[in-house]
Design a protein around this ligand. Structure first.
Ligand SMILES: [Ca+2]
Length: 529
């Protein structure tokens, strides 16, 4: 066992001076977020193909969480869960929620609180909150802003509909991830000397919209017939990619398998009552058949290595500027991805492949590497960042400070996590799950309302339309549903009870929170595509 101390008092760190000439020893904080990157997709975690030397270096200098989960595994709700430290049920930010995020809510996010506490704050990349009252004015919420709303193409300039056109108009690079790297360097080259900084970077990779636009000359970000057909075409046939050290031939010599059950009926595991696949295919514009899957995997792996390259540039830049010894770096993803497993693609389901994310917390100076299987979620990230900065964590945040695990991995920690999926717009029922290290219980509710109402979120009085119970020790792939297996009856009863307890508690907390703030209603139809 290693005891790991992240110390903000490294003797070698450059001292930041305040305007009054006093030293400000608070650490700098960099939060890096991938888009749709599954947990376990680094070489440090023994992925059979993906090469990530820089993430591995980060892992060697920090703590790797092998049981990290998104509390709502789909883009916008996950991103605002990270900012706010709250579940969608509480903060009201979801695809088919009736609310938009307000400026008052933003004031209790980690970037706003760090800025208020005197940090120089920056944001680069996909803001991704989508439904908020200050859309178009996000620039004013950060000291440094190079962000965009909506999706991004592999070559951002190919998509004239995106706000990225103006956000990155002066970029020298043309590939999305490399553009992010360019602005990271710009941010670090123009830091004020009198305060610590916080930089949040949200890559748009390895998301399907980036992956699918690698081949095409133009990208609509939707699954048009042409785009879907081109998904199976090797991206290196695109003359703009051919010969690129990462996006050209990397991984093309590998024998990449396909999921064993990708040819199964999508209704083999979940009934039509809780999931409809016609609309789901329109939402997730990636074909997952045996012909196209290997090409999708190659692009997915390349895009992760593409992020890794930028992480390497960042680490070097921090070293060159003598900032590494006082900078906390956190790396994660908004959620995972299904690439044909269970006969489906996409996200928002509560299987581990969709909900589990990479999470690395790397500290300043030389640390001994540890890996922990403590159960953590992305609502823990904001409290942890604030804790490092010495900023009080608002009582309305629902996560826990990960430093408790980092400092002492053997300390008592939570034994279960609760996650939810309130997104129904891709024709999937709302669901909630309880996960321990040994078991996962998921329950689905048949209504697929858009927008949902507060009473729809009160699951305590509702009968599930479908349930799943998985023995994660015997069945880590979550394929054998034990709900109707008599030998698991006792466990099922206990997991039902524990899930209900967590669900009721979360709903009560959410009501209290919503009664304490002014909410903004979403215009009719917004989000309910
Ligand atoms: Ca995403």
């Amino acid at each position: 066992m290693f005891l790991v101390l992240f110390c903000a008092c490294d003797a070698n760190k450059p001292i930041q001076m305040t305007e009054n000439g006093e030293s400000d020893q608070r650490p700098n904080i960099i939060f890096l977020l991938a888009d749709d990157q599954r947990g376990g997709t680094t070489s440090a975690e023994n992925h059979p193909h993906i090469v990530t030397p820089s993430l591995d270096a980060l892992s060697q200098n920090g703590v790797v969480f092998s049981n990290a989960f998104s509390v709502q595994p789909i883009c916008a709700p996950s991103r605002f869960a990270i900012f706010s430290g709250q579940y969608e049920r509480t903060n009201g930010l979801g695809f088919n929620s009736p609310y938009r995020v307000t400026e008052a809510q933003w004031e209790n996010t980690y970037p706003a609180l760090l800025r208020k506490a005197g940090y120089y704050t920056g944001f680069i990349g996909k803001f991704g909150v989508e439904f908020y009252t200050f859309r178009g004015r996000t620039q004013g919420k950060f000291d440094y802003w190079r962000g965009h709303d909506g999706w991004l193409s592999f070559f951002p300039a190919d998509n004239p509909e995106s706000t990225a056109i103006t956000a990155y108009a002066d970029a020298k690079h043309v590939i999305s991830t490399e553009i992010m790297g360019e602005y990271i360097e710009d941010f670090l080259d123009n830091l004020p000397q009198d305060k610590p900084f916080s930089l949040s970077v949200s890559f748009s990779a390895p998301h399907g919209s980036v992956s699918s636009s690698m081949y095409l000359d133009a990208d609509t970000s939707d699954c048009t017939t042409v785009q879907c057909e081109k998904m199976g075409t090797p991206a290196n046939k695109n003359p703009r990619i051919a010969g690129h050290p990462i996006y050209g031939d990397l991984y093309r010599d590998r024998q990449i398998g396909v999921p064993d059950d990708m040819d199964k009926s999508p209704y083999h595991y979940l009934p039509r009552e809780v999931i409809g696949h016609q609309k789901r295919k329109q939402w997730y514009s990636y074909l997952y058949d045996k012909k196209t899957n290997p090409e999708h995997s190659v692009r997915y792996f390349q895009l992760i290595t593409g992020i890794d390259k930028i992480v390497g540039q960042l680490l070097k830049k921090l070293q060159d500027k003598d900032l590494r010894s006082n900078t906390i770096i956190i790396y994660s993803s908004d959620h995972g991805l299904l690439t044909g497993e269970y006969g489906v693609g996409g996200k928002s389901l509560l299987y581990d492949l969709s909900a589990r994310v990479p999470l690395i917390v790397a500290g300043p100076g030389s640390l001994e590497h540890i890996s922990t299987d403590a159960l953590v979620t992305n609502v823990d990230i904001a409290p942890t960042i604030l804790s490092y900065a010495g900023v009080d964590v608002p009582a309305t945040m629902q996560g826990k400070d990960l430093r408790d695990v980092i400092v002492n991995p053997q300390a008592e920690w939570r034994s279960e996590i609760f996650i939810e999926s309130l997104t129904t717009v891709e024709d999937k029922a709302m669901s909630e799950a309880l996960r321990t290290k040994e078991w996962k219980y998921i329950r689905y509710f048949a209504d697929k309302k858009c927008p949902y109402t507060e009473s729809d979120l009160d699951f305590a009085g509702q009968t599930p339309a479908f349930e799943q119970l998985f023995d994660l020790k015997q069945d880590p792939g979550e394929r054998t549903n034990l709900v109707n297996h008599s030998e698991a009856a006792d466990v099922l009863a206990e997991m039902r009870q524990r899930t209900s307890r967590q669900s009721i508690q979360l709903t009560e907390q959410s009501r209290t929170y919503k009664n304490s703030i002014e909410l903004a209603a979403r215009p009719a139809g917004e989000g309910c595509w």
